[in-house]
Write a protein that binds this ligand. Structure first.
Ligand SMILES: *Cc1c(COP(=O)(O)O)cnc(C)c1O
Length: 400
């Protein structure tokens, strides 16, 4: 394979990020401090939530969110097989179990009907009060049906057991509905600033919530279960060496060096989103007439993190993998979002019922999907090249 002509992704950085990092280094304060607190405040303002907690990854944030929502041994999390593995692994780390619900037929979103089936089944088995959380994942930035999912959580909660809704927002900054931003539509939202996400700090994440007690728990568990952080110990009147440990916590705080990058990226988020949207419009109009693919689902307020095409096997003589290889050999960087979790050996061994045939929608989506390059600084030439190569591969493999 030669050098790719259109990389799958390239982050958008300018001198401003570099200056912000240098300023932190020169200040001598590297770990979580005033820069991170400012980043949290700005993120809370942007999304309109009461609390934003910076963490070192979405995975760390998901672990904290699930822990605060009561996931532990004997408890259950309901999520989708159509996600990155960390969404589900976090429940296992806490000693809990995962029950999976299929995606919708015509989108990558977890299906509310399928969630209902899982909840009804658990109820029949007398396990309803074991369910701690439902975790929808807004794949590619396209929002799940949050109204229905939150209504289900309410309907199946009991006096003894509240079912929380934790949004995996790794793809959905800044997705927005008339009811607000992703991350504020359930009880907790968890964002990712991983290297390829819509805004990035290299590694990083943010938790959002309007719930004071969840915020308090996550904030403490984020830093060893301490009742105060290093910045507070440095700036408050209380002796700097005094603190209490209220639980065996984790180490998930985001350092100021990375928050400095995040603050600059956050300022550019709207510009990035509108550049992505313009590229999507070009792709949609170029691919709209192609019978060998289906355009990505596009609901209200999509942040367009990724552009996923579905190949139509009925008119193609090749497999998805061969199509993908053809694009790569023609210089187009592609990816796959996601390998459905029931294809991984760990999950197959863990849950024998967790098989492709029980999740027909997720399986079909996975078998036919290719993710095309979509990033703010793509040139017209690059966009044109992607369109040209996808179309020519479609012609090459079209059944006659
Ligand atoms: C990237 C991603 C994660 C993990 O994010 P990290 O910040 O790398 O921990 C979780 N869920 C989804 C859907 C993702 O795409």
């Amino acid at each position: 394979m030669g050098e790719l002509t259109v990389p799958f992704f390239k982050p958008s950085f300018s001198q401003a990020e570099k200056d912000a990092v240098c300023e932190v280094i020169d200040s001598g304060w590297l770990t979580t401090g005033k820069v991170t607190h400012a980043f949290e405040e700005e993120f809370a303002d942007f999304t309109g939530c009461r609390h934003a907690l910076a963490v070192n990854s979405n995975t760390s944030g998901m672990l904290l969110a699930m822990e605060a929502c009561g996931v532990k041994e004997g408890k259950i999390v309901i999520t989708t097989p159509y996600t990155f593995v960390s969404t589900a692994s976090c429940a296992i780390h806490l000693g809990g179990d995962v029950c999976f619900a299929d995606t919708e037929e015509d989108s990558y979103s977890i299906s509310p009907d399928s969630i209902r089936d899982v909840l009804e089944e658990l109820k029949k088995e007398g396990k309803l009060e074991k369910v701690s959380a439902i975790v929808p994942v807004h794949i590619a930035g396209n929002l799940c049906n949050m109204e229905k999912i939150c209504a289900l959580a309410g309907e199946f909660s009991t006096e003894k057991n509240k079912i929380f809704v934790i949004e995996d927002c790794a793809h959905s900054f800044p997705s927005k509905t008339k009811n607000g931003y992703a991350g504020t539509l359930g009880d907790v939202g968890v964002f990712s600033f991983y290297a390829t996400k819509t805004i990035t700090t290299g590694e990083g994440g943010m938790i959002t919530t309007n719930d004071d007690s969840l915020a308090r728990r996550m904030s403490r568990m984020r830093l060893h279960g301490m009742d105060r952080d290093a910045w507070d110990r440095y700036t408050s009147d209380r002796a700097s060496w005094e603190y209490d440990i209220v639980a065996p916590g984790f180490k998930s705080n985001l350092p100021d060096i990375l928050s400095a990058v995040g603050r600059v990226q956050l300022k550019k988020a709207e510009t990035f989103a509108s550049k992505r949207k313009k590229i999507v419009e070009k792709y949609n109009s170029a691919f709209g007439g192609c019978d060998f693919l289906t355009l990505p689902p596009d609901g209200e307020g999509n942040a367009w993190h990724l552009y996923l095409i579905q190949l139509n096997p009925a008119v193609l003589s090749c497999s998805r993998n061969v199509f993908a290889k053809e694009l790569q050999e023609n210089g187009i960087g592609i990816s796959m979002h996601f390998i459905a979790l029931f294809h991984f050996s760990y999950w197959q061994k863990k849950y024998p019922e967790f098989r492709a045939e029980n999740f027909p929608n997720a399986e079909r989506h996975f078998q036919n999907t290719i993710t095309l390059p979509l990033w703010p600084d793509m040139t017209e030439e690059m966009i044109g090249l992607v369109i040209e190569k996808v179309k020519s591969a479609g012609e090459k493999f079209h059944v006659r």
